[in-house]
Design a protein around this ligand. Structure first.
Ligand code: C2E
Ligand code: MG
Ligand code: MG
Ligand code: MG
Length: 285
């Protein structure tokens, strides 16, 4: 009896797995058409100077407007794009759109507006990443120093020497490198030593604990101090309340991002959008 039940359960489990796999395969197929089908959207979230609230630039955050499922967040389809080998093409698409947008906003503001684009470990491991970035800069006319590429410590899961080489080559282009979600990895300090970086982004989880005071405040203070001693710029992520902003101000944190200052939104909500871009569509997959 118990055996039969166990077997049954196994069958159900296998059914569930097959269903999930089918679902995933369907979504991946849809994703293949999303780029050429114009279903990808870039939302932009401002980064501000804490002392005066002025906007220095934006972070590009990808969304997929699925015709049936609606807006799908990146956590749900970036891993899929990585597995399915689509991330490099999608990444190039984001980079070009974001760069174009930064050029438009800079002209509009008559000052350099920065643009940060997230790079996943697979994108960074791609042989062509440096070529792709320099190509996008050349085609869009965005000065390299206005572009920041954000990476997490996840990049170090791959070939460390290769990753460090790629990041150094990117920096030689004049692009800045930010370490995203800083503090969440167990090896934060050791990878800081290895990764060529210009900016540290303090993970939202630390920032959101600032209200309650105590240890988080001490932690954030030490990250800011660490950044200062290494001559790195520091950005606090996920600032939602005036209390968090006040504490960060007291700790002399220079830059911040978060719902308190602005949510990720389409370009039109922030000002003039780039023309429907003559972006080269990658070959159909
Ligand atoms: P991230 O780069 O750390 O981006 C910050 C995330 O926090 C974004 O989520 C943003 O919408 C959210 N956020 C910003 N301010 C606040 C706040 O005040 N409160 C809260 N609760 N959340 C806030 P999103 O857009 O869902 O992106 C999630 C992650 O997906 C990103 O984390 C990034 O790792 C990845 N991602 C997004 N766009 C791209 C892309 O174009 N390429 C790659 N490779 N990854 C991307
Ligand atoms: Mg980021
Ligand atoms: Mg982050
Ligand atoms: Mg993240």
């Amino acid at each position: 009896m118990a055996k039969a039940l166990g077997k049954n359960r196994l069958v159900h489990y296998a059914d569930g797995m097959a269903q999930a796999a089918g679902e995933k395969a369907r979504l991946l197929e849809d994703l293949g058409g999303a780029v050429s089908g114009g279903q990808l959207r870039v939302h932009y979230q401002p980064t501000i100077v804490l002392s005066d609230g002025s906007t220095t630039g934006y972070e590009a955050l990808l969304r997929w407007e699925h015709p049936e499922r609606g807006l799908i967040p990146p956590v749900e389809f970036i891993p899929l794009a990585e597995e399915g080998g689509l991330i490099v093409e999608i990444g190039r698409w984001v980079l070009e759109h974001a760069a174009r947008q930064a050029v438009v906003w800079s002209a509009e503001a008559d000052r350099p507006i920065g643009m940060a684009v997230n790079l996943s470990p697979k994108q960074l491991a791609d042989d062509d990443v440096v070529g792709t970035v320099s190509d996008v800069l050349a085609r869009t006319g965005l000065p390299a120093r206005q572009l920041t590429l954000e990476v997490t410590e996840g990049v170090l899961v791959r070939d460390v020497d290769l990753v460090v080489d790629q990041l150094q080559a990117l920096r030689r282009l004049g692009v800045r490198i930010a370490i995203d979600d800083f503090g969440t990895g167990y090896s934060s300090l050791s990878y800081l030593r290895r990764l060529p970086a210009d900016i540290i982004k303090i993970d939202r989880s630390f920032v959101q604990d600032l209200d309650s005071g105590g240890r988080s405040t001490t932690l954030v203070a030490s990250i800011i101090e660490l950044a200062r001693s290494l001559h790195l710029e520091v950005v606090a992520e996920g600032v939602e309340t005036p209390e968090q902003r006040a504490v960060l101000g007291e700790l002399a944190c220079s830059h911040a991002q978060g719902y308190l200052f602005g949510r990720p939104q389409p370009a039109v909500e922030h000002g003039q959008a780039a023309e429907a871009a003559p972006v080269a569509e990658p070959a159909a997959v």
